[in-house]
Design a protein around this ligand. Structure first.
Ligand SMILES: O=C(O)CCC(=O)CC(=O)O
Length: 258
């Protein structure tokens, strides 16, 4: 069911399905809660599943000029407070994973299990920060071209053709986002801090799920982070979009974890 809360004079959109222990699902950059439909279906008979549209995405409004991971984590906490959820398991895809880590820094006691999906704990390198600045310029020049390229680049070459309908849906949805919303999130991504130590310190169950050919999160880098942070490591043949590229395997693995 689609719901909203008011937070600092803006609307935060979220959905709630099912009953039981709570799972919170956080999407990536340019995505929305809609990416989770298969995972929601797989878990709503056994869990309460909450999906949240992060700042400036989906049906959630923009808030200021920078959507920092910390502010996004505060909005997640506001939704949980509204739902009277004291503890939940979190799955964060890509940027959603950065938000889970920011949440873990502020509210570690509210996390039962922490799952990073195609995400990382490290901050942007200098080169990556320059790419973010280029992205902001491109969004201003030609938003549609930027979105189309950014989304296609998240998939492996082989899956780009196989999943062209799914890619089309993602692109069409992202094109609805106002330019300033996209730029506020790019700014937040660029300025996020390294939270490897936060994951290291988190003492509950922690899992990192990675794609061997992920073009955003280098496989060897994330494998090393999993080892360093003592996280369970699961990897798939595929790119950055495991929830589409490895749909069945992912659901199977999540059922074992949750
Ligand atoms: O660029 C990043 O660091 C995150 C990208 C992201 O969230 C892409 C996505 O999965 O939609």
């Amino acid at each position: 069911m689609q719901e909203y809360i008011s937070y600092k004079n803006i609307q935060i959109a979220f959905t709630v399905e099912g009953k039981g222990k709570t799972i919170v699902l956080l999407h990536g950059f340019l995505e929305s809660s809609s990416i989770w439909k298969n995972i929601v279906s797989a878990f709503k008979e056994t869990h309460q599943v909450i999906t949240i549209d992060l700042l400036g995405h989906g049906k959630t409004d923009k808030l200021g000029y920078i959507h920092s991971m910390e502010t996004m984590a505060e909005t997640v906490n506001a939704v949980l407070a509204e739902m009277k959820v004291e503890k939940a398991s979190f799955i964060g895809h890509s940027m959603g994973g950065y938000v889970v880590l920011a949440f873990a820094e502020k509210f570690p006691q509210k996390i039962e299990k922490l799952i990073l999906l195609n995400s990382t704990t490290v901050a942007d390198s200098e080169e990556r920060k320059e790419n973010r600045d280029r992205a902001k310029r491109l969004v201003k020049q030609n938003k549609q071209a930027f979105i189309s390229m950014a989304i296609k680049n998240l998939f492996t070459d082989a899956n780009r053709n196989k999943l062209r309908n799914e890619i089309h849906v993602l692109v069409e949805e992202a094109i609805q986002l106002p330019e300033e919303n996209i730029i506020a999130s790019v700014e937040g991504l660029k300025n996020r801090k390294d939270r490897t130590a936060i994951l290291q310190q988190y003492s509950g169950k922690k899992v990192i799920i990675a794609g061997k050919n992920d073009p955003v999160v280098p496989f060897t880098e994330i494998q090393a982070i999993a080892e360093k942070t003592n996280s369970t490591f699961i990897c798939f043949e595929g790119g950055h979009m495991s929830y589409l590229e490895n749909q069945e395997e992912l659901t199977e693995e999540l059922k074992k974890i949750l």
